[in-house]
Design a protein around this ligand. Structure first.
Ligand code: C2E
Ligand code: CA
Length: 560
């Protein structure tokens, strides 16, 4: 049957009519039975029994006020105390207008005056309320998390998306109950259940006043998404205050991670994780419980994410350029070009020249370095071959082997194939391995380095003195060149002790029968002192900055 209000009547809702007068019950039943299932009770007590013990669920109660045994007011009061009946709407049937206000206070939703007006009007009012409450209940069932009374995560996401794009600056706040699991073990689940409820209630209250929304994201995390505010101390005090009211509630430690002024172009999931990450931004400082996401750190992360994302395409587009920094032999009267180090740069279309100091550590973290290094190795060998073919020059060039790459079991075979392909002698390809890589995995690396040397490649120990150098390391390791870290050179003239250390390193190299090269050499005084100590090779701005390939080739030609 079709309702006069155009609704789908497939579902028949059930109504409870509570009136002590049989005639009144009959009139209402007759009026409503076509559209609804009706159940009758003679007084409040019987109504409560039907509602609380019966299997059936009701959509509406039509309630008389004056009844024996239990009147309508008492019924309303008792209903208020029963959680399961909270959402059940009640329409009061009354002939006395003054009763309306009191019933309203007790939760009644509407009134029908006795004697009854036209059946059409009554049916319309009942229909409106049933639809309204059934609709709201369906939404509530899925949108509200019963443990906290807050939106479920799905609904929160839905609303947050709208708020994010509203034009109002918003903050994403993660509320973390840091010792939740421990507290549950110590004080039982009841504290946890109550604390969830209290925090939920608090967030609803604050949110109601500010236009914020909140959800419980997981076991011990809540998200709160609200208009931007400068400080959150008061907010945190508010949470503490509601928890302190619970037995042992003061033992819960709540912390806030805040990502202020959320970038609307960002995915919500990222905004969540940034506010969560903020929780770790003051690690070590246990006095702090409100943690803001560091804006500089934030910008850096974004930038780094972009670099990682763009890496592959940039490599394909040849945005990575290998530069060559000349190395000079200073043992004779005149410095002589003795080799070069290949150093990669990223010429980014938007960010300009990016230093390898920025992207190498980044690519080492996610394995991308392997592809980049292989590109640089090939460029290096290609240029060695070019110098020979175009200029008749035999010049060794070194490439940096990242510590990640060093353990690649196919590395040796790769170098052999590469040098063979370009017809380059392996001894012209120098491999710079950083000292710290040696120190970390000494035994494994010794074998790798032995194998590379046996194939004819020349090993330079890079950055010597910057890490935890030990004399043991020097005596056990197979290498051909000791590269003294630029830091030593910079400090050289600061004290006679520094000079002495530098001199000793050069002497150790001599003793081990390997050549010493000083990097980062910028001044004539440094060159003179190093020559005096017996250091044979120099690399640094004093002679040349790293040069693009064409400039380096010109330099190599000019020197000969
Ligand atoms: P590194 O191997 O210690 O390279 C020396 C760094 O010192 C280079 O910085 C070089 O440009 C810089 N330098 C050279 N002479 C001077 C000088 O006189 N004064 C000063 N202040 N600096 C000087 P760059 O090119 O920025 O490279 C930084 C680091 O990035 C390198 O340190 C190396 O560890 C790494 N790297 C560079 N290119 C590659 C590469 O192709 N592959 C790998 N795996 N790492 C690379
Ligand atoms: Ca190097």
């Amino acid at each position: 049957m079709t309702s006069p209000f155009g609704a789908n009547n497939d579902i028949r809702h059930r109504l409870l009519i509570v009136d002590d007068e049989e005639i009144n019950r009959d009139i209402l039943c007759a009026m409503l039975e076509e559209e609804y299932d009706t159940v009758c009770a003679e007084n409040g007590e019987e109504a409560l029994r039907i509602l609380t013990t019966g299997e059936a669920s009701f959509s509406l109660v039509l309630l008389d006020l004056n009844m024996p045994v239990m009147d309508g007011f008492t019924f309303l009061k008792k209903k208020l105390e029963i959680d399961a009946l909270n959402d059940l709407p009640v329409i009061v049937l009354t002939s006395e207008v003054k009763m309306e206000v009191e019933s309203l206070h007790l939760g009644a939703i509407d009134f029908i005056k006795k004697p009854y007006e036209s059946p059409e009007i009554i049916r319309a009012r009942i229909y409106r309320i049933v639809e309204l409450f059934e609709g709201a209940r369906t939404i509530q069932l899925t949108s509200i998390d019963p443990a906290t009374g807050l939106y479920t995560k799905e609904y929160f996401d839905l609303y947050a998306e709208g708020k994010k794009n509203s034009g109002i600056p918003m903050d994403m706040v993660t509320i973390h109950v840091a010792n939740f699991v421990l507290a549950e073990e110590l004080f039982g689940h009841s504290l946890i259940a109550k604390s969830l409820h209290s925090i939920g209630r608090y967030l609803q209250d604050v949110g109601g006043a500010t236009g914020a929304i909140a959800t419980r994201a997981s076991h011990d995390y809540f998200y709160y998404f609200g208009p931007h505010q400068e400080q959150y101390e008061e907010f945190l005090r508010g949470i503490d205050a509601v928890l302190e009211k619970l037995p042992h509630g003061n033992r819960l430690r709540v912390e806030l991670g805040i990502y202020p002024n959320v970038d609307p172009s960002l995915d919500l999931a990222d905004a969540f994780s940034w506010s969560r990450d903020a929780l770790t931004s003051d690690l070590g400082d246990h006095t702090k419980r409100v943690h803001f996401r560091d804006a500089a750190l934030h910008a850096k992360t974004l930038y780094e994410e972009r670099l990682v994302q763009e890496f592959e395409e940039s490599l394909r587009k040849r945005e990575f350029k290998v530069y060559f920094q000349p190395k000079y032999d200073i043992t004779g009267d005149k410095p002589v070009l003795a080799g070069a180090e290949a150093l990669v740069r990223w010429v980014h279309p938007e960010f300009g020249m990016i230093s390898p100091g920025v992207f190498i550590p980044l690519f080492e973290k996610n394995g991308l370095i392997r592809h980049l290094d292989r590109f640089v190795y090939e460029e290096t060998v290609r240029v060695i071959a070019r110098l020979r073919d175009e200029c008749g020059i035999t010049l060794p060039i070194s490439a940096n082997v990242s510590r990640v790459d060093a353990f690649d079991p196919e590395l040796g075979a790769f170098f052999l194939e590469l040098t063979k392909r370009y017809g380059v002698e392996p001894k012209l390809l120098h491999l710079e391995l950083t000292e710290t890589a040696f120190a970390e995995n000494m035994n494994a690396l010794i074998d790798i380095v032995h194998a590379l040397r046996e194939s004819g490649f020349v090993i330079e120990m890079d950055d010597f003195g910057s890490g935890y150098s030990s004399l043991n390391l020097l005596s056990d390791l197979p290498f051909d060149v000791l590269k003294i870290d630029g830091g030593f050179i910079r400090k050289m003239h600061k004290s006679s002790k520094n000079e002495l250390i530098l001199k000793s390193i050069v002497e150790i190299a001599k003793f081990l029968q390997v050549r010493a090269i000083a990097e980062g050499v910028e001044t004539k005084e440094q060159v003179d002192a190093l020559r005096e100590f017996g250091c044979e090779l120099i690399q640094g701005y004093y002679f040349s900055k790293p040069l693009p390939e064409e400039d380096f080739v010109l330099r190599a030609k000019g020197e000969r």
